[in-house]
Design a protein around this ligand. Structure first.
Ligand code: DX5
Ligand code: ZN
Length: 220
């Protein structure tokens, strides 16, 4: 199976964002992970629509938008127009998740459903064939640089099992606290899209991305 790296620009240096994104793409990252925070669903505020408009499509990367916002249906159309290829919404943030997924698909984009560390993956059962991607948070959303929560591995395994039992091929993405030294455990558990902020943007970006690519080869 193809493994994909999704660098989270939350950890980038915004003075030189374009250069850093280019390094990510040239070194093999396929997705660009775009963390949107509203100060409500999570305590922090990050960036939003104008920034996505400006970076979309850069270097051929797929725009993987992670909406950490309350009631995301309000902004689905705007993020789709601004260049999102995948729109991830939080299970915990949606009053009517099905309506949100339908809205994303209505815009012609891929839908992702995200769960926080304390939300069991079994809540996803009614939606397993309704999304192209599932995103398991391995840290509490809202902040980069936190430590990976070990119980996430069991959630990845359980969700992978539920998808496989049904013959579903959705992407399984994991976000938070992933480094070269623990990514194998995440891949072994069944993930195929790896989000990484600190471990890509701190230090030598090309070398960091390349390190992930080398590990991914063991799985392809
Ligand atoms: C947390 C974000 C993550 C985070 C990943 O709310 O969704 O994307 O920035 O960063 P690291 O890899 O530093 O944990
Ligand atoms: Zn994220």
């Amino acid at each position: 199976m193809k493994m994909t790296l999704a660098p989270s620009i939350l950890a980038a240096d915004f003075k030189v964002l374009g250069e850093q994104m280019k390094l990510c793409a040239e070194s093999g990252a396929g997705y660009l992970h775009f963390d949107v925070m509203d100060g409500m669903f999570v305590p922090n505020i990050s960036f939003g629509i104008p920034v996505l408009e400006s970076v979309k499509g850069a270097d051929g990367m797929i725009m993987d938008v992670h909406l950490m916002i309350e009631d995301p249906i309000r902004y689905v159309d705007k993020f789709c127009e601004a260049g999102a290829d995948i729109v991830n919404v939080h299970y915990e943030a949606c009053a009517d998740l099905q309506a949100v997924l339908d809205r994303i698909h209505g815009c012609g984009k891929k839908a992702g459903i995200t769960v926080k560390p304390n939300t069991p993956v079994e809540v996803l059962l009614p939606y397993l064939d309704q999304a192209e991607l599932f995103l398991i948070m391995s840290v509490e959303p809202g902040l980069g640089g936190q430590a990976f929560i070990p119980s996430s591995l069991d959630k990845i395994r359980r969700l992978k099992g539920l998808l496989e039992e049904r013959g579903l091929k959705a992407d399984l993405e994991v976000d938070g606290g992933i480094y070269h030294n623990n990514v194998r455990a995440v891949l072994d558990a069944g993930a195929n899209v790896i989000v990484s902020g600190s471990s890509v943007f701190h230090g030598d970006i090309a070398e960091n991305v390349f390190g992930f690519m080398e590990i991914f080869k063991e799985y392809e």
